[in-house]
Design a protein around this ligand. Structure first.
Ligand code: SF4
Length: 160
């Protein structure tokens, strides 16, 4: 609850700040307007996001549906700020993939009101459902530009 309030306040701050915010959560956006935001993200000064898992040696793992979240993490924005709860810390890449597939993705499919098998089974069966949300499996192991990606770890469980 505290973290939910924190998230709401972060959004309030960003929406009312003295800068341009490409707000993909703005109500009523058409899919074409969302696409324009996704493309503008590549030239942003800062891209604020979460991640599905962080390994103890600092690798970031994500599964994405259309790539709009992971693509700017890889290239474009001058800096990327990743906010992550301790529930997403994993020992190995294998653990990161497993938690993302078996925990995060089914919950995300539910959040998106999909009819994929995982929303009923609470686990991934690597479906080929037409609403499958798991298309891009991306592991970030490093980057050319030092400190471009900054990871802020919240000392609480946050997100899924
Ligand atoms: S592959 Fe299918 S079953 Fe597995 S998490 Fe993704 S949408 Fe759900």
């Amino acid at each position: 609850m505290i973290l939910l309030r924190w998230k709401i306040r972060v959004f309030e701050f960003i929406r009312n700040g003295d800068f341009i915010f490409y707000d993909k959560h703005k109500p009523g956006l058409t899919s074409e307007e969302k696409r324009e935001i996704y493309l503008k993200n590549f030239d942003a000064d800062t891209f604020l996001t979460g991640t599905n898992a962080v390994t103890l040696d600092g690798k970031l793992f994500n599964i994405d549906g259309n790539g709009s979240r992971v693509a700017p993490m890889l290239y474009g924005p001058r800096q990327v700020i990743v906010v992550v709860g301790i529930n997403k810390l994993t020992y190995t890449v294998e653990d990161a993939i497993n938690r993302t597939r078996q925990t995060a993705a089914p919950l995300d499919a539910k959040r998106l009101n999909k009819y994929t098998p995982c929303t009923k089974l609470d686990r991934c069966i690597d479906c080929r459902h037409e609403q499958r949300i798991c298309n891009d499996f991306v592991l970030i192991t490093g980057q050319f530009i030092k400190d471009r990606i900054k990871v802020i770890i919240i000392n609480q469980e946050y997100g899924f």
